[in-house]
Design a protein around this ligand. Structure first.
Ligand code: FES
Ligand code: FES
Length: 200
């Protein structure tokens, strides 16, 4: 009896010690986690920093102050009211935001505005020559290259680049080099024909 009592005492003592060490550990974790999280946040999230930049867009100079983390797409649409470039996925997967940087296609949702400094930026608004539409814009109209039109500005910017790059030797080649631009309306045949028309 005495033996079992001492067993019970040592068990409860052990249980007490274990519980208190668990409790001690628990009370320690939030602080250490907090410190860890703060440390991680410091490393992963770049702090907001407003910086003055100059951008050349559609042959016009713009001076503005932007968040260093702002994408070119957001600056075009939100700051400069150039809303022709569309935000589809915002993750580089649909091509709706395509613009030209120094004549080459670029996804403006994946380009920081500060990265576009010193480059000639062309958006769909800068493609026409005054009232005269760009031949690719005319071809899209003639070949039924759009339906709802949401993807169209991105398609046209990529289509112009596709012709300039010389990737128009066959329907297959055009499709391959336009595959980064998605159209939920399925206007692909008209788009391909528009590109073939301009490439001739
Ligand atoms: S919005 Fe940029 S690729 Fe979709
Ligand atoms: S025309 Fe509607 S998404 Fe392409």
């Amino acid at each position: 009896m005495k033996h079992s009592h001492s067993n019970a005492t040592s068990m409860s003592r052990r249980f007490f010690l274990q519980s208190t060490s668990v409790l001690a550990a628990l009370s320690f974790i939030p602080n250490s986690l907090k410190a860890f999280y703060e440390d991680l946040k410091e490393k992963l999230f770049v702090k907001k920093q407003m910086i003055p930049i100059k951008l050349e867009i559609n042959q016009e100079q713009y001076s503005l102050t932007v968040d260093s983390r702002a994408t070119l797409l957001d600056v075009l649409r939100e700051e400069l009211n150039l809303t022709g470039s569309k935000k589809g996925c915002d993750h580089g997967q649909c091509g709706a935001c395509t613009v030209h940087l120094n004549g080459e296609r670029a996804l403006s949702c994946l380009t920081l505005a500060v990265m576009a400094r010193g480059k000639a930026i062309t958006t769909i608004e800068g493609l026409a020559d005054g009232d005269q539409l760009h031949p690719m814009q005319e071809a899209f109209i003639e070949q039924d290259g759009f339906q709802c039109g949401y993807c169209t500005s991105g398609q046209i910017m990529s289509a112009v680049a596709c012709v300039n790059e010389g990737h128009t030797r066959s329907v297959e080649e055009i499709k391959e080099y336009m595959s980064g631009n998605l159209c939920r309306c399925g206007a692909y045949n008209g788009i391909t024909e528009a590109i073939r028309q301009v490439a001739k």
